[in-house]
Design a protein around this ligand. Structure first.
Ligand code: N01
Length: 511
């Protein structure tokens, strides 16, 4: 889109002092920008550390990359696109969609690329956030919307000797397109959502594919198909029809919440039986089937949708290796049975560092307290997943406990963008110095969510990125998306301490 570090458009992106700074230009940050403008707040900037918008859909370009949520739901509800080419769009098309939204909602002048935030410190007296960028530039804002995403930074596995490998190696989220895999011996480490898309895409071209699986996933078929031109024309002419389809798919995804999340219920057992039957139909070899059979409750980890993963694994040039990896040598991957699996390329499909548990850069709130320290001590907590006590005028998108395991994440981020716009309108219209969510409101919200966690499949005994080091789930919302939307619908100032500007005096205003 733009070259790294370049200045974009007219004045909004070029000043140093703003009412609002949005950090991140992925789906969430762009949504925040659209809502701010619609709320009449135009004195803002969206900072993006890369050179393009799109977040995860800019960074993940691996072969086969696509969404595993249907496109009519995985798009803004207020910006339906009638011409999705497939029921589950590929990464390029989704990236294009985000770029088109930037154009349509005229956000380019508000974007600043190559702007990586290093530190944010709240100046209590001035009621200002002071941000320092990587290149030393200083910016201020009355409020900050942190839309940095949770699954952004690759998790590189701590496998001894990985750095000694003489061939090429890269992470799925940093795919090296200049490496030609044709005819090569390739190792894929990991069998999560990214791996199951990469594996069928590269299997036909490589000479040998070695899939290193630590935990087999639950896999269900993906109803992916090309959308007929006729249907697209119909959607363009009758948006209400596409909206009805969207609502139907959303309702169906909400209906699957119970079977996926309520552990060991009759519905979840039925779903498990369906997944077993699917595996049996797809994989003829009993030995391979045994390797691919999960030994944990469905829904505990993300359920994967794919109709071409199992068929790819069954191909003659693929080995599924379940012996633990003990080290990597210059020639390949060594497993616990003593075998060296010689390969030319290693693909790390090992997922992401979940950055919900620690702020992605230094954030200091009232009295210089660090957000990472607070979250490290007490766990990642935020009221509605958006506001943290002691960090006034700092709003998170996709913060703690606001991710879904069953439907489109955009349903949550849309609700957040609208809530935050309401909060900021209150801040500016009442000329408040700051809004600081009350600790007891935050605790009550968090405790209620954690009490519900105990009954979910997520805590039923598997390893997943949903859980932190203490086995607590600070990532997902333990309810229907509709419940979250309802709870975040209206900004309620009484949940916050409101501090006003009084020359020389600090005073709390009644809510
Ligand atoms: O990562 P993952 P991902 N040695 O963490 C294995 C989203 N997403 O990039 O299961 C050996 O799921 C690890 O093994 P185990 C989506 O939310 C969305 O695939 O921990 N193996 C696992 O198999 C998803 O949940 C889309 O035992 C190691 C794999 O690597 C999230 O991103 C598409 C290992 C990591 O799986 C992450 O998905 C893609 C080691 N040292 C992703 N370390 C959509 O379509 C890790 N593993 C929307």
């Amino acid at each position: 889109m733009r070259k790294r570090g370049s200045q974009i458009g007219s004045s909004p992106a070029q000043k140093a002092d703003y009412r609002v700074i949005v950090i991140g230009a992925g789906f969430s940050g762009i949504n925040a920008g659209i809502r701010l403008k619609q709320a009449g707040i135009t004195d803002f900037v969206i900072l993006e550390r890369a050179d393009d918008v799109g977040g995860t859909w800019r960074d993940n370009t691996y072969p086969g990359c696509a969404c595993d949520v249907p496109s009519v739901v995985y798009s803004y509800s207020f910006e339906q696109r009638p011409d999705w080419s497939r029921s589950f769009a590929g990464n390029h098309e989704i990236h294009q969609y985000i770029r088109r939204c930037v154009e349509k909602y005229d956000l380019m002048p508000w974007l600043r690329f190559g702007a990586s935030v290093q530190q944010a410190v709240f100046d209590d007296r001035a009621g200002l956030w002071r941000l320092t960028l990587e290149d030393g530039r200083q910016l201020t804002a009355r409020a900050v919307v942190s839309a940095v995403g949770g699954l952004v930074n690759p998790a590189y596995p701590a496998i001894p000797g990985l750095e000694t490998f003489k061939g090429q190696q890269f992470h799925t989220a940093r795919w090296q397109h200049d490496v030609d895999l044709r005819g090569k011996r390739v190792a894929v480490i990991g069998t999560g959502a990214s791996a199951i898309q990469v594996i069928p895409a590269i299997q036909p071209t490589v000479s040998r594919l070695k899939v290193f699986q630590r935990t087999p996933a639950w896999v269900l078929p993906k109803p992916d198909f090309a959308v007929a031109a006729r249907t697209r024309r119909l959607f363009a002419r009758l948006p209400v029809l596409q909206r009805a389809v969207r609502n139907g798919i959303f309702a169906a995804s909400e209906a699957i919440f119970g079977p996926l999340v309520i552990v060991d219920s009759p519905a979840s057992r039925l779903l498990e039986r369906g997944a077993h039957a699917y595996l049996k139909r797809q994989i003829q070899s009993p030995a391979l089937r045994r390797k691919l059979t999960p030994d944990f409750h469905i829904g505990c980890k993300r359920v994967l949708l794919s109709s071409d993963y199992y068929p790819a694994l069954a191909q003659e040039n693929v080995d599924v290796i379940t012996d633990a990896i003990v080290q990597v040598t210059p020639r390949g991957v060594v497993t616990a049975d003593g075998t060296t699996h010689e390969v030319d390329v290693i693909v790390l499909a090992t997922g992401f560092r979940l950055d919900i548990g620690n702020a992605p850069f230094e954030v200091r709130g009232l009295e210089g307290v660090s957000l990472s320290d607070v979250w490290a001590r007490r766990g990642s907590k935020a009221y509605l997943g958006m506001a943290v006590s002691g960090f006034p005028n700092w709003f998170l998108m996709l913060g703690p406990n606001t991710g879904p395991g069953h439907t489109s994440v955009l349903v949550y981020t849309e609700a957040q963008a609208s809530y935050i716009a309401q909060a900021l309108k209150t801040l500016f219209e009442r000329n408040l110095r700051y809004l600081n969510v009350r600790q007891r409101e935050q605790d009550a919200w968090h405790d209620a969510l954690q009490a519900r966690m105990r009954h979910t499949s997520w805590t039923s005994g598997c390893r997943s990125w949903y859980l932190d080091a203490n086995g607590e789930n600070h990532a997902l919302f333990p309810g229907l998306a509709s419940e979250y939307v309802l709870r975040a619908k209206t900004f309620r100032p009484e949940k916050y301490d409101l501090t006003v500007f009084v020359p020389g005096v600090e005073e709390s205003a009644p809510a």
